[in-house]
Design a protein around this ligand. Structure first.
Ligand code: PHE
Length: 447
């Protein structure tokens, strides 16, 4: 199984930063606020939280456990833990890796947009855009394949360089620096946003409005499709069922308390999602912008805002640095499962493994850019929906079944020695029943 030289996280802190870095990403700051806004605000939040804690958390802990126990990541981790049907369960592992690979290919495109905006904000061009020019700017940028390809490739190269550096020497080091900075900027911006709103009572806003928007359930806007979205968003945001947590788990030392580590990552991710909303919505309301503005919210509405507020020229780069860091620690974690798989299953060395998988994802990304602008159909919005709302939840069901029904309970208990019996029983119950039944129902109703 694991080779003697296998890399591992050098500290608990390092692992938490890397895993929280995987979870906290564009999903929290870009995707969560607008999906929450479109699907009933507080109503969405309630269902989202239920999905996170009842489905996401057990699957995440299960994946860490699978990786750690097997001592390898990728498809082999599943087969290593069982005697029968090894091949079949290996395919479940592969499905996750495939989903992770596909997400990498378009995640780095949107991450590239953050680089474009970061660059422009450093050049002082973002904080001078008004409503019309920021819309025009975004549209022109979207229509320019060379510019999108440039940033997509640039961002991918940064990701590949870090992943090539290894787990403790690359991923952990970078996450341990970027994540604290990210959290610091985020809290700062949230405080600024709330303050800004408080000082703009005249605009008829008030903190109450955005808190109300996020926390007050508007069930009439919450549909069967919203349920589907909440589940997909929870899975996407927690980075489950794409091979990431299995790979990250495989680098965990045997004495680490997986249940606690998993819970910390889940809570951090959820808090950042909410904080992301609290950064964006007060600002949106203070300026009477549309909270349901969709994917363009942070690229179209916010630049317009930065031009109007005091300190906008400083806040704009800070905001896009935040996004860039969030995207980077996530894209690293998206590429890692493929790399771990190539290393563990196909005996690649790390650098060639990273180059091969990174280059393949980058080329696929270029294909998305070219084809979506050819058709003007928002091709990758559909791909994103297909993967995050269908492929990933399906894989989550299979992982839950693997943990709840297939794996030996005594082995599982041994892997969670410091966990109370009650927590353990709840964990098994959620994997065995709640996750498969609920997720299947949501999928069937949502399709
Ligand atoms: N969770 C990340 C985000 O919210 C995206 C991601 C998905 C990262 C799956 C790794 C694996 O942006």
């Amino acid at each position: 199984m694991a080779s003697k030289k296998r890399d591992s996280w050098s500290s608990n802190f390092g692992f938490i930063m890397a895993a929280a870095g995987a979870a906290i990403g564009l999903g929290n700051i870009w995707r969560f606020p607008y999906i929450c806004g479109e699907n009933g605000g507080g109503a969405f939040l309630i269902v989202y939280l239920a999905c996170v804690f009842l489905i996401g958390m057990p699957v995440l802990v299960g994946e860490l456990l699978i990786g750690r126990k097997a001592g390898i990541g990728g498809a082999g981790a599943f087969s290593a833990l069982i005697k029968k049907n090894k091949k079949l369960w290996g395919y479940v592992g592969l499905l996750g890796i495939l989903a992770g690979f596909l997400i990498t290919s378009y995640y780095t495109i949107i991450a590239g947009w953050t680089l474009e905006y970061l660059w422009q904000s450093f050049m002082g061009n973002v904080a001078t855009m008004d409503a019309e020019s920021s819309k025009n700017y975004f549209d022109t940028f979207m229509a320019s394949n060379p510019r999108q390809i440039f940033w997509h490739v640039g961002f991918s190269i940064i990701t590949i360089a870090i992943v090539s550096g290894g787990v403790s020497g690359g991923i952990e080091k970078v996450a341990s620096i970027l994540m604290p900075v990210l959290l610091f900027i985020l809290v700062g911006l949230a405080l600024f946003g709330l303050n800004l709103e408080a000082s703009m009572q005249a605009a008829g806003s008030g903190i109450a409005k955005s808190i109300d928007f996020m926390f007050h359930p508007r069930w009439e806007q919450f549909t069967a499709e919203s349920m589907f979205q909440a589940l997909g968003q929870a899975a996407f945001s927690l980075s489950i069922a794409v091979g990431t947590m299995v790979a990250y788990g495989s680098y965990l030392k045997k004495n680490e308390n997986i249940a606690n580590l998993g819970a910390i990552v889940v809570v951090m991710d959820t808090m950042v999602g909410i904080l992301g909303g609290l950064v964006i919505f007060p600002i949106v309301f203070a300026f009477g912008l549309d909270p349901e503005a969709g994917t363009g919210l942070i690229f179209v509405t916010l630049p317009n805002l930065f031009s109007q507020i005091p300190g906008g020229a400083v806040l704009a780069p800070l905001f896009y640095i935040l996004l860039f860091f969030a995207a980077l620690t996530s894209s690293i974690s998206l590429l890692e499962p493929c790399v771990t798989h190539l290393v563990d299953a196909h005996k690649y060395k790390r650098i060639p493994a990273t180059l091969v998988s990174g280059a393949a994802a980058t080329v696929l990304g270029i294909f998305w850019i070219v084809s979506s602008s050819l058709e003007q159909t928002g091709l990758f919005t559909n791909i994103d929906k297909f993967i995050s709302n269908l492929m990933v939840p399906t894989n989550a069901i299979l992982i839950a079944i693997f943990v709840g029904w297939v794996l030996d309970k005594k082995m599982l208990r041994k892997e969670l020695p410091k966990t109370s019996q009650l927590y353990f029983d709840i964990f098994i119950f959620l994997c065995k029943w709640v996750c498969p039944v609920v997720v299947t129902t949501i999928l069937i109703r949502g399709i």
